[in-house]
Design a protein around this ligand. Structure first.
Ligand SMILES: Nc1ncnc2c1ncn2[C@@H]1O[C@H](COP(=O)(O)OP(=O)(O)OP(=O)(O)O)[C@@H](O)[C@H]1O
Ligand SMILES: [Mg+2]
Length: 289
């Protein structure tokens, strides 16, 4: 293609839209933030802390697809955890934190005043950076949710659900002989898988994971990543990670945040190989953050 032709093409909207090095301020999200048949949708979400004096998330709209892994990446402080916490109303527990916009799960506004928070958090479960098992036995950690939600009828059913959840979390063989021992006696990687077992025991629709491997060694990380690949057959997973390699390995779509803005969302393949926005490209290439 000659330079003249390229210049002419550059004048057309079609080419302007696919220009790889978009340098505009991130007022609008690049890429494809929406999917067909989303499991969860967020529209025009704003989050402030300190009763409005500190803005953390600005006008974020995004879908979470069914049976997909969505990675959220971006420099420290850009709002990844804040946005993740909006999805199961964990921000409600932070005094002075204000959330606005629409977040819909199965057609229902999760911020509606009639929403049952305990129920919501079983539908949208969360796994944290540091494994946080309850100070109870391995068995009781997993049995806790099904018991309080009345999901099982009798001890045999509960036993079966505990075994099934631990098996799906890839932990059963390691703990089947120590179910009555304190969960705090497990290794960090085992504790994180126990927390995943605890989350999936209540049959959530979406699992939120905030840097679930950052406290783990590479072997435990590999086990969790394999587990994520398996879990996505049944659940939608949103994972915040600082590891670009991890995002590339485990996710189907990737969302890049910068200073509270959602700069770009697309298939992971596209975001990592051909980002539309310069901010994304700089971050992916290690020039920022
Ligand atoms: N409880 C809080 N009170 C006040 N400000 C907060 C609170 N939590 C987060 N923030 C601020 O909101 C912004 C976004 O923080 P957030 O923790 O969501 O970022 P992050 O992308 O998860 O960062 P990291 O990668 O370091 O975990 C930051 O400026 C942070 O200081
Ligand atoms: Mg965070």
């Amino acid at each position: 293609m000659t330079t003249t032709t390229m210049n002419n093409l550059a004048m057309t909207e079609e080419v302007a839209e696919t220009t790889p090095q978009n340098t505009a301020a991130p007022t609008e999200t690049c890429g494809v933030p929406f999917v067909e048949n989303p499991r969860m949708t967020a529209r025009n979400v704003f989050v402030n802390y300190e009763n409005g004096s500190k803005s953390a998330i600005t006008d974020v709209s995004l879908d979470i697809g069914e049976k997909e892994v969505l990675a959220m990446i971006g420099p420290s402080g850009c709002g990844k955890s804040t946005f993740l916490r909006c999805l199961n109303r964990m921000n409600d527990t932070i005094p002075g934190c204000q959330v606005s916009g629409d977040i819909i799960l199965d057609g229902e506004d999760i911020y509606h005043r009639d929403t049952e928070i305990v129920e919501l958090r079983s539908q949208v479960g969360m796994v944290f950076q540091r494994p946080n098992p309850f100070p109870k036995s391995v068995y009781d950690n997993v049995a806790y949710g099904p018991r309080i939600h009345g999901l099982v009828d009798g001890k045999d059913e509960l036993d079966a659900l505990v075994e099934q959840s631990l098996t799906r979390a890839g932990l059963w063989n390691e703990v089947k002989d120590r179910l009555d021992q304190p969960a705090t006696g497990l290794s960090g990687g085992q504790q994180q898988r126990l927390c995943i077992a605890r989350t999936i025991a209540v049959a959530p629709e979406v699992i939120l994971m905030d840097e679930p491997c950052s406290a783990l060694d590479p072997i435990a990380t590999g086990i969790i990543e394999e587990l994520i690949a398996d879990l996505k057959k049944n659940f939608s997973i949103v994972i915040v990670t600082h590891s670009m390699q991890q995002a590339a390995r485990v996710s189907d779509r990737t969302a890049y945040f910068h200073l509270g803005n959602l700069v770009e969302v697309n298939s992971t393949q596209k975001v990592f190989n051909d980002p539309e926005h310069k901010l994304t490209s700089d971050y992916i290439n290690g020039r920022f953050g």
